[in-house]
Ligand binder design. Structure first.
Ligand SMILES: Cc1ncc(COP(=O)(O)O)c(C=O)c1O
Length: 465
């Protein structure tokens, strides 16, 4: 599952008892006898909307278009079992011992090969040495550590509108103020970023970093166009803002298409995050950060204090997999599998969704971002969808301020194509019911409106949070 998007509460009272005060303000005690003890920053740590639904959404009769779980069906489990046994036999205690906080050296070298595969060549990666790499416990832990390193309470972080829930969770946990920046079909809009940067300058403030998912974005599904990349990087450099480039989906373009990394355009001002979760096995929790030297050293210190070191065993499993399997071919088969599922979803949306809905048309990754007619609230509608045995993630989870109720993320990564088709059919039935109520009672909006261009390729909805 993709983790939770808590709404940051930067105006929460600080100091001892702040969490209890926030709890009381939120309607009373949770019954937790320790609530008066928690640090103020825990006020921003709230349960994920998605996780709260997980128990019902994962029942077999429900088609879940909600989670972002990678589909591991193509993994060669038998040969992996042999390699894992061989690893213990060959490495012995070494595989089970503490390791370096920066990560196993052989894996840091192999990460160069993975990045070169995406970039097309070693030189196109922007050039780096294995010493520049820090192996992390998934890219999520890199995000958490980076936020810990850079964000004091109230500091501004810029992020796309909408943004990855796990990142919003880390930003909330460190009491960042998130300012969302608009996207369109070509990703982050440079003019909107410029405006956000200029506004901060007028306020005498500066964002600590821009967090961006340039490739096959979670949750929108689009990619930042090649011509916008230098512009984004240049704007951030000019305004003295670091870029955090999160790229777990970059190798999952359905046609094998890839884009130059932001890091390759400005290695000294971009921290790049990669992950084996979507191209190998998410449960091993292995990702990496590629950072300028000063930041790399701080990340190693942060990793030491968080976990002493990333697990040597899972790193060696990844390393052995890369050395013994044709992982490039496996990545290609993942692309095909996700393409087939995405096609099924797009076809079903076209057939079933009512007029007035629009959605993105991803060329890679896991997600479609859909916009429903005015007056429909996807968060309020969710229990009715679950009753109709389909689940999705409401757009509200992807905005730090909880806006985005006219949107939903539909994941095509996990269910087989026929289940996706059935899930979209059920979802359309629920939407029809909502629109009928709106037409009859005229509740909270103007109800269904014909879409301007029909349900073809559309710009993702932009929320100016
Ligand atoms: C954009 C984005 N970043 C980071 C992550 C976390 O990945 P990992 O499994 O490497 O921690 C995810 C997982 O869904 C994601 O979608």
């Amino acid at each position: 599952m993709t983790p939770t998007p808590p709404a940051p509460r930067n105006d929460a009272p600080h100091g001892a008892g702040a969490a209890a005060a926030a709890d009381a303000a939120a309607g009373g005690s949770t019954g937790d006898p320790h609530s008066h003890r928690y640090a103020a920053r825990t006020a921003g740590m709230t349960a994920s909307e998605i996780r709260a639904l997980f128990a019902v959404a994962s029942r077999p009769e429900v088609v879940s278009l909600a989670g972002g779980m990678p589909n591991l069906a193509a993994l060669p489990l038998d040969s992996l079992a042999v390699e894992v046994a061989g690893l213990i036999a060959a490495e012995g205690q070494g595989a089970l011992q503490y390791g370096s906080a920066q990560g196993v050296p052989v894996l840091r070298e192999q990460i160069g090969e993975v990045m070169a595969f995406e970039a097309g060549s070693t030189s196109a990666t922007g050039g780096f040495h294995p010493d520049d790499v820090v192996v992390t416990v998934g890219s999520q832990s890199a995000l958490d550590m980076l936020t810990r390193l850079f964000v004091d309470p109230g500091d501004v972080v810029l992020a796309e509108s909408p943004s990855y829930v796990g990142a919003l969770g880390s930003f909330a946990a460190y009491q960042a103020e998130v300012r969302h920046v608009a996207m369109d079909d070509d990703g982050l809009v440079p003019a909107a970023l410029e405006e956000a940067l200029a506004r901060l300058a007028r306020e005498g403030r500066r964002a600590k970093f821009l967090y961006t998912v340039p490739n096959f974005h979670n949750p929108v599904g689009v990619s930042l166009s090649a011509d916008r990349r230098p512009e984004i990087v240049e704007l951030c450099r000019r305004h003295g803002v670091l870029v955090v480039e999160d790229n777990p989906y970059g190798l999952l373009g359905f046609d094998g298409q890839t884009y130059p990394s932001l890091r390759s355009l400005d290695p000294e001002n971009v921290v790049y995050l990669g992950s084996f979760s979507k191209i190998f096995a998410s449960g091993l929790r292995v990702g990496w950060a590629l950072a300028p030297h000063g930041i790399r050293d701080k990340l190693v210190l942060a990793a030491e204090s968080a976990t002493l070191c990333p697990p040597a065993f899972t790193q060696l499993v990844v390393s052995r997999y890369l050395a013994t399997h044709d992982w490039r071919s496996l990545v290609k088969s993942f692309r095909e599998m996700y393409r087939e599922r995405c096609d099924a979803m797009l076809a079903a949306l076209e057939v079933h969704l009512p007029d007035g809905c629009r959605w993105t048309r991803p060329r890679g990754g896991f997600f479609v971002w859909a916009t429903v007619p005015e007056g429909v609230d996807t968060r309020a509608m969710l229990p009715r969808a679950i009753t109709a045995r389909v689940a999705y993630a409401s757009g509200t989870g992807f905005h730090a301020d909880g806006s985005g109720a006219r949107h939903m993320r539909l994941s095509f990564c996990y269910p087989p194509p026929e289940r996706i088709t059935e899930g979209v059919r059920r979802l359309a039935g629920v939407l029809d019911g909502e629109l009928e109520v709106l037409r009859t009672f005229g509740l909270s909006g103007s109800g269904a409106r014909p879409s301007s261009g029909g349900p073809g390729p559309q710009a993702p909805a932009v929320d100016t949070a």
